[in-house]
Design a protein around this ligand. Structure first.
Ligand code: ADP
Ligand code: MG
Length: 336
């Protein structure tokens, strides 16, 4: 189902404020955001804590009313449609699974409310528990499951509703790093296999990049940039996006008066004497990160962050080394 978000605004009033000062106490959590999610796509809302991601997702789900703007599911405006009639289901960070119910009862919960015939419920439970690889665990309680398995229960409970739209609010935040990585791969595979249109909220840029068709970078309630991960990384439109998606160097461009952004891996170093066409600097930090080496290099007017592939063929640069610096022309991005 195609989703269209048009000029959505959400304002909150701070209560307890003096009535006459109310105007000043209105806070815009979501500020004129517009975008579309095509049928079958996974789009991520990415941004720092407090930038309005959850508020936007809750408006799409129908748990919160927009102050202004339109939300369309397909060609239908759903602003006034209650959440349970929108055909969207949400998967939360806290799982929101019931501790006193078995896996089977948790998964079946939404269907039981719909009073479907028991054989159909059983068939659908079997199908989704297999999909999320929970077969055989039907009778366990949540306390007898690992964090990853609990998250799969939450996912199964959403999928069993056969939603037209899946909404995820930081579903993996409670899991450790390794499991998070595995779960995001599993979620993406499942989402692509089922072709369910999905909107996914996270503050983790690696998670956003690895799971999405398109990423929306948000800041202070506003949409800063939307695009496929590679485009956001290689062509960020401003400093906020450049810094939020990965690491970035900002250099003054004496010709245009603008700033030039260059990624650490687009900076190439050579020991002085090896090449002469770059400018010069001195290595002030060398950090071994396994697959890559991270350097800080000071030039006469800037400090540059540099990433180099660990080559195994020559020793890393050392602190104090004088190096010549080349910036790959295709890696230079002009911004204000
Ligand atoms: N019900 C509410 N009343 C007042 N302010 C709220 C309410 N819900 C969220 N906010 C504020 O709106 C901003 C965005 O919140 P939220 O959407 O939860 O951000 P995120 O999910 O990106 O961390 C925050 O400053 C938050 O304090
Ligand atoms: Mg949130």
């Amino acid at each position: 189902m195609k989703i269209t978000i048009k000029n959505i605004v959400k304002e909150f009033e701070s209560y307890g404020a003096e009535e006459r000062r109310k105007q000043e106490k209105i806070f815009r959590a979501v500020d004129d955001v517009s975008f579309t999610v095509e049928e079958g796509e996974l789009v991520t809302l990415l941004g720092p804590s407090g930038c309005g991601k959850t508020t936007l997702l809750r408006m799409i789900a129908g748990f919160e009313d927009p102050t202004s703007g339109d939300i369309l599911f397909g060609s239908v405006r759903v602003n006034d449609t209650p959440p349970n009639l929108r055909g969207a289901t949400m998967v939360f960070q806290s799982y929101a699974i019931f501790p006193h119910l078995s896996v089977r009862e948790n998964v079946a919960f939404g269907l039981r409310l719909q009073k479907l015939p028991p054989p159909e419920i059983d068939a659908r439970i079997a199908k989704v528990t297999a999909l999320v690889e929970l077969s055989g665990l039907d009778d366990r309680r949540p306390s007898q499951l690992s964090g990853g398995q609990q998250q799969r229960v939450a996912l199964a409970r959403a999928l069993i509703m056969e939603p037209q739209l899946l909404l995820f609010d930081e579903p993996l935040s409670n899991l450790d790093a390794k499991l998070r990585e595995q779960m995001r791969i599993d979620i993406r595979k499942l989402q692509q296999r089922l072709g369910i249109t999905s909107i996914y909220v996270t503050h983790d840029q690696t998670e956003a990049m690895s799971i999405s068709d398109n990423v929306i970078v948000m800041n202070a309630g506003r949409l800063e940039q939307m695009g496929p991960p590679a485009e956001l990384y290689s062509r960020p439109v401003n400093r906020f996006v450049a810094s939020f998606i990965g690491k970035a160097n900002f250099l003054p461009d004496p010709e245009s008066g603008h700033t030039i952004m260059v990624r650490p891996e687009a900076v190439k170093l050579a020991l002085s004497g090896e090449q002469t066409d770059g400018f010069w600097g001195r290595v002030t930090r060398s950090t071994y990160l396994g697959g890559i080496l991270e350097y800080e290099v000071e030039t006469k007017d800037a400090a540059l962050l540099v990433h180099e592939q660990n080559s195994f063929e020559r020793p890393p640069f050392a602190v104090g080394d004088a190096v010549s610096i080349k910036l790959l022309p295709s890696g230079l991005v002009k911004m204000d």
